[in-house]
Design a protein around this ligand. Structure first.
Ligand SMILES: Cc1cc2nc3c(=O)[nH]c(=O)nc-3n(C[C@H](O)[C@H](O)[C@H](O)COP(=O)(O)OP(=O)(O)OC[C@H]3O[C@@H](n4cnc5c(N)ncnc54)[C@H](O)[C@@H]3O)c2cc1C
Length: 474
């Protein structure tokens, strides 16, 4: 399709969220905050992190006064826009072992897989139909340059006795799950699942309101005064609470204390028209979540009505923590995601791309989330999911609820909690570096995907993060 007209991103909410909102019956409203209020725990951010924290706080103490402040609507951010891949950290086992030791690495990876199961259990328990499909996560090689990219993780899983959580599979096995001629061999995480992300977010909102949480949508926190109690100031009101949780995701990059902890990059998804017959021809009927093995990963899954949602981490870098239009209306990123889809599924060249949207992802220096406390243990935070937050935010919610509840629960002492992170440079260096490196990584991946050797400059720049001690890049 050389002159394909692609959907314009940024004009409406994600397809997922539009579906979820259309299916909602008139539930209790969550009006903007007006006036001063007090509560036990105030949460900033109505995405998964904030809402799972509220859920676990109410599990621990059903009478707790929990307030969520969300500038948009719950699930209006990436929690209602993402690819819906839910999986644990088995592929991160070497990094986890390096950072925390082998025993802790396995403990953390098990906790991350437990988070996937907890999401499924939540859906069953509360009758939230978020299309939870525990069909596993398949990572494939889609070019010689991607071959064996999982070898180290698979070896470490074997050595630590957890090889059944991360299983290399042959090219024939890959083809039996999804018959693209581009796919070579792969590796399966059997504990992975998919969800319809916005149905999960909106389902969580419904359950929280039923359980007595107070949610104020359309309420932006403009200032936090971290005294005793902590005060959150909004345009028309304020909240005083002894404990505050920040579930800000990429927006944290603009907050004091986090500015050099995160970079923001865009991720975009294109969605095909319904093609259930074509999916059957591909043999892709099991509902697996699939990615290739690029650094700027392409991720793809099917929907209930037989579409493919195809995402790619190919959006631009942001400046100074401002989450502006480049994260939702980047036509170049949509074109790149569409090109990735056309490349990996050449037999679907006639299939129309019906929708496209994007959002920000919060990159930390080691691509693992930062979870911790500050201001004398009165403020707790989790962010830095680096594009993999659906499962991990479930775990983060448990940890944050435990921290806000005194921190004695063993989950609050998981080795990832409070782990130090290598800072990024301040602006404008962060932006200039992030932009150059981002472009080099995308170009390197694209060249290699097409069997070309990337240019010298691209290769050199894409190695810079690792040379500087960060745990990402090539
Ligand atoms: C296109 C895309 C695809 C993705 N695909 C996947 C995937 O398949 N699997 C996966 O694991 N991860 C994926 N991710 C990442 C995943 O969506 C996130 O890691 C996850 O949603 C993080 O949840 P959160 O609650 O921390 O953040 P968010 O959902 O971003 O919630 C943070 C909320 O805070 C609110 N907020 C910010 N500042 C303020 C303020 N000052 N006052 C009030 N409210 C504020 C925002 O409006 C937002 O709703 C993807 C991300 C994108 C953008």
């Amino acid at each position: 399709m050389p002159h394909e007209t692609l959907p314009e991103p940024g004009h409406h909410r994600s397809w997922w969220l539009r579906e979820a909102l259309a299916a909602e019956e008139d539930g209790p409203p969550a009006p903007p905050l007006t006036g001063p209020i007090e509560c036990d725990v105030a949460i900033v951010g109505g995405g998964y992190t904030g809402m799972w924290t509220a859920y676990d706080l109410l599990e621990r103490s059903p009478d707790a006064r929990v307030v969520i402040l969300e500038q948009d609507i719950c699930g209006g951010g990436p929690s209602g826009r993402n690819g819906g891949f839910v999986h644990g950290w088995w592929d991160q086992l070497p990094l986890l072992a390096d950072l925390h030791g082998e025993g802790a690495a396995v403990e953390l990876a098990r906790a991350s897989e437990d988070a996937v199961n907890r999401i499924g259990e939540f859906c069953t328990r509360h009758d939230v139909d978020a299309w939870f499909v525990p069909a596993g996560y398949l990572q494939v090689s889609a070019s010689p340059a991607q071959d064996d990219s999982w070898a180290t993780a698979a070896r470490v899983c074997r050595e630590l006795g957890v090889e059944d959580r991360y299983l290399p599979v042959s090219a024939a096995e890959v083809q039996s799950r999804c018959a693209s001629p581009r796919f070579r061999d792969g590796v399966v995480m059997p504990g992975g699942a998919t969800v319809q992300p916005a149905l999960l977010a909106r389902g969580l909102r419904r359950v929280l309101l039923d359980r007595g949480a107070v949610i104020h949508e359309g309420t932006t926190v403009r200032r936090m005064r971290a005294g005793t109690p902590v005060v959150l100031e909004t345009e028309h009101g304020s909240v005083r609470a002894p404990q505050v949780v920040l579930g800000l995701n990429a927006w944290a990059a603009g907050w004091a204390g986090f500015r050099t902890r995160l970079m923001t990059w865009g991720s975009y998804i294109v969605l095909t028209e319904p093609i259930p017959d074509r999916l059957r021809e591909l043999g892709w009927t099991g509902g697996e979540a699939i990615t290739d093995s690029r650094f700027t990963v392409s991720y793809f899954r099917t929907t209930r009505d037989g579409r493919i949602a195809f995402g790619a981490g190919v959006g631009a870098a942001g400046f100074g923590g401002v989450i502006g239009r480049s994260f939702s209306a980047d036509r170049t990123a949509v074109a790149r995601a569409a090109a990735g889809f056309r490349h990996l599924f050449p037999m679907l060249a006639d299939v129309r791309i019906a929708d496209a949207w994007g959002g920000p992802i919060d990159i930390s220096s080691d691509r693992l989330p930062a979870i911790g406390s500050m201001h004398g243990g009165r403020v707790h935070y989790a962010h830095g999911y680096s594009g993999n937050g659906v499962g991990p935010s479930r775990l983060a919610g448990r940890v944050l609820a435990a921290l806000a509840d005194g921190g004695t629960d063993p989950v609050a002492r998981l080795p990832i909690v409070g782990a130090p992170k290598r800072p990024f440079p301040p602006e404008p260096f962060r932006y200039v570096g992030a932009r150059m490196i981002r472009e080099a990584l995308v170009r390197k991946d694209e060249a290699e995907q097409h069997g070309r050797r990337p240019g010298l400059v691209v290769r050199a720049v894409s190695r810079v993060p690792r040379l500087l001690g960060y745990r990402f890049g090539h």
